[in-house]
Design a binder for this molecule. Structure first.
Ligand code: HEC
Ligand code: HEC
Ligand code: HEC
Ligand code: HEC
Ligand code: HEC
Length: 217
């Protein structure tokens, strides 16, 4: 059969077809990359706070349990932010004159709560509760990452619909015993079957958690 194109032209044609598809898929992957990047979902950025509160110091190094400050997390939909009085249990004794803590002292004196800039937030049309997750064995670290290592708080995970669904499709690999709910590093030992037992014991409705009405109601 006679060749229509010279071998060199043929090579060029192949190369440009390949380049075209490479560019197309590159653009596609790029678009997904941008949609999921920290910029759009605002992860990994610590916003300015009135007091430079450090979870690394308080939760990590001092080992204060999350529930000491976020006292409603097991009882209701919201975890709650600590009232100034909670800070003062310690800071009326230590660092009492630090300039950094002046907003805390003013807040106490004037009975005005500190206005923290929120970092972890969902749009209003999404329904969420903390208490159910905690009661069923989902730990803080699954949704907030290693808060105990953060000098300033940032959102570790993008709260996209896919993030929620990923776990709702199969929560078992994410479950933990109740006494490790705020433990940031717990892992089951090899051969530990507790996760499956917790799912059965907690009566988790496997296969029903991806229905739209679970999160949009
Ligand atoms: C259980 C005791 C305790 C509680 C409660 C507590 N702190 Fe602290 N905080 C400390 C200690 C101890 C230090 C460290 C002083 C040092 O560096 O030696 C500290 C240091 C700080 C510092 C200095 C920067 C740093 O992290 O080293 C800030 C700011 C601060 N705390 C804010 C707060 C705020 C805001 C609250 C309330 C939400 C709070 N603390 C609650 C014990 C506590
Ligand atoms: C000593 C008190 C204290 C302890 C202990 C503490 N927190 Fe906090 N937490 C705060 C304060 C104050 C803020 C608001 C300022 C900030 O964002 O850093 C906050 C903010 C947060 C936020 C961001 C909320 C938002 O939307 O702005 C999350 C998530 C959080 N904490 C989780 C945890 C977890 C998980 C633990 C345990 C590993 C923990 N905290 C332990 C005081 C505490
Ligand atoms: C299943 C995921 C999930 C788990 C587990 C979880 N959180 Fe949250 N948390 C969220 C989401 C989502 C928000 C934002 C809620 C909103 O905007 O309505 C949030 C918000 C917060 C806030 C700020 C607003 C509030 O609710 O008062 C704090 C503080 C917080 N979480 C602490 C914790 C602590 C402490 C734990 C563990 C004891 C924990 N969370 C476990 C997903 C989770
Ligand atoms: C790491 C696992 C995990 C993640 C991530 C997660 N969930 Fe869940 N969620 C669960 C489990 C487990 C249950 C309990 C299911 C049951 O009781 O059958 C649950 C239950 C719920 C419920 C039902 C509460 C009720 O009324 O019974 C809602 C609403 C919900 N999740 C919303 C969300 C939203 C919104 C997100 C994302 C911001 C999210 N979840 C992320 C594991 C997770
Ligand atoms: C486990 C919780 C969960 C379930 C189940 C769920 N969603 Fe969502 N959905 C979310 C969250 C969280 C967002 C917010 C995403 C964001 O802010 O990026 C969202 C956002 C949306 C949006 C807004 C547009 C967008 O994509 O951001 C639509 C539309 C939507 N969901 C439809 C649905 C439908 C239809 C179903 C059932 C097939 C469903 N969702 C099931 C958690 C859920």
């Amino acid at each position: 059969m006679a060749q229509i194109f010279s071998p060199t032209a043929d090579t060029w044609l192949r190369l440009s077809v390949l380049a075209f598809f490479a560019l197309m898929s590159g653009a596609f992957v790029g678009a997904i990359g941008i949609a999921h990047s920290a910029y759009v979902t605002s992860t990994d950025q610590a916003p300015h706070q009135p007091v430079p509160f450090s979870h690394r110091h308080h939760a990590g190094e001092l080992g204060i349990d999350c529930r000491y400050c976020h006292a409603d997390v097991e009882k209701g939909p919201k975890a709650g932010l600590p009232p100034t009085a909670t800070c003062m249990t310690c800071h009326s004794q230590i660092w009492t004159n630090a300039a950094m803590l002046a907003p805390i002292r003013n807040s106490l004196a004037n009975h005005t709560p500190i206005r923290w800039t929120r970092v972890a937030k969902l749009p209003d049309y999404v329904f969420f509760r903390h208490d159910v997750h905690i009661a069923k064995g989902v730990g803080c670290v699954s949704c907030h990452g290693r808060i105990d290592t953060m000098p300033l708080t940032y959102r570790a995970k993008a709260f996209t619909m896919e993030f929620c669904l990923d776990c709702h499709r199969d929560p078992i690999p994410h479950l933990r015993p109740a006494d490790h709910i705020t433990d940031m590093t717990w892992q089951p030992a090899k051969g530990d079957t507790r996760r499956t037992e917790i799912a059965a014991h907690a009566g988790i409705r496997l296969g029903e958690l991806t229905h739209c009405y679970v999160c949009h109601r």
